[in-house]
Design a binder for this molecule. Structure first.
Ligand code: DAH
Length: 366
């Protein structure tokens, strides 16, 4: 009985100089050493701490050795105290090792200031804008200055928008000049042959007054030095009460002068397009010889760039507009042709071949 009582007392309050008491003292000393190591923040001090407790000549190793020599009565409590201390120290050292990794990274970052700049090589090729993109941006910019709004329409469209509502019914001979690609088993669907289809979409979706410019790709069954199966057009039109042929002439002239310079002259020649009446061919003074006559303009001094006219009453009627109340003009021209004239290119196909040695001559920005 005496014996049991003795052990109980010992485990709750170790006697001075006993192994358990020494373990408690080491536990307190270890806590202080850990705090000091955290101040030093070096992986070396963590390793030194580990060796001084857990190494071959360390304090825990010494306590474990002393355990062998202590009395039978003392041993259970002392053994427990030393083992608990050993586990606590091992856990704490592992934690410090992890922290030491972070200390190292932080020290490195503090020593080398972070340079967030990529090395600059002024000669890295920067690419350039395609000539068609350049001229399209310029064309739309000039139209915007004249108060026009840019409008878009589908490249795959119904016969109704591309032909029949533009006064080109299915038996109309003018269709022969615009043969195109049809969608298999959907014979009313086709690749549009002209951006004029946007007139119909716009008239149906919006209300006058309308001042619209509509760029886009168009398609035809054509392929030779001056024709590609795909090319680009711009359609411009104005619809309101009281619009006249004079408005059209003035708009075309102002636009061409803005793109080609104040001395540029334009000319209209009577012509036929099914969706306008009266209709005209739109000519530009030759950009090469300024009207004197050369090979480019076949000695005429003029270059044909597009068509124009007053919107035909049948077009208005096909979209249920009152053609007595509203009038309008429309004109259309090829963007690729404009690029050729502006940048003095002699083969249309160079625009679509994707050769970098050709395209690299154009600027990056407009
Ligand atoms: N869409 C015609 C074509 O591709 C060009 C054209 C002619 C457009 C006369 C017009 C116009 O708006 O009035 O050949």
């Amino acid at each position: 009985m005496d014996h049991t009582e003795h052990i109980d007392k010992q485990s709750s309050a170790p006697l001075p100089g006993t192994l358990a008491e020494r373990a408690a003292a080491e536990a307190a000393a270890f806590t202080t050493a850990v705090a000091a190591t955290r101040v030093l923040r070096s992986p070396e001090s963590v390793e030194a701490l580990r060796l001084s407790y857990l190494g071959r000549k360390g304090k825990i190793t010494a306590l474990l050795e002393d355990l062998r020599n202590c009395s039978k009565e003392e041993r259970p409590a002392a053994g427990k105290a030393v083992n608990v201390l050993k586990q606590t120290i091992e856990r704490e050292i592992e934690l410090l090792k992890t922290e030491a990794g972070a200390w190292q990274v932080a020290a490195k970052l503090a020593a080398t200031p972070l340079d967030i700049h990529l090395p600059v090589d002024a000669w890295v090729p920067q690419g350039s804008l395609h000539p068609v993109t350049l001229i399209r941006r310029e064309i739309l910019g000039e139209f915007r200055r004249l108060g026009f709004t840019v409008y878009d329409g589908p490249e795959i469209d119904y016969d109704f928008y591309n032909f029949s509502s533009l006064n080109m019914p299915s038996d109309h001979p003018a269709r022969d000049m615009q043969d195109t690609f049809y969608i298999k088993e959907q014979d009313h669907l086709l690749l549009r042959t002209q951006t004029s289809n946007i007139q119909i979409h716009c008239l149906l979706n919006e209300k006058p007054p309308l001042r619209i410019v509509a760029p886009g790709r168009v398609f035809r069954v054509d392929s030779d030095p001056t024709h590609t199966p795909m090319f680009h057009q711009v359609e411009a039109f104005v619809v309101d009460r009281g619009i006249t042929f004079a408005h059209m002439k003035g708009t075309i002239d102002a636009f061409m002068k803005a793109v080609f310079g104040a001395n540029m002259k334009t000319r209209l020649r009577p012509s036929y397009f099914p969706f306008v009446e009266p209709g005209a061919e739109l000519d530009l003074q030759c950009v090469h010889c300024s009207g004197k006559g050369c090979r480019l303009c076949k000695q005429t001094g003029w270059l044909e760039v597009g068509g124009c006219g007053m919107i035909h009453p049948n077009v208005f009627e096909s979209v249920e507009y009152d053609s007595e109340a509203y009038t309008g003009f429309a004109f259309g021209f090829g963007i690729d042709r404009m690029a050729m004239l502006k940048y003095k290119l002699d083969d249309l196909r160079t625009l679509f071949e994707g050769s970098y040695s050709f395209l690299g001559h154009f600027p990056i920005f407009t």
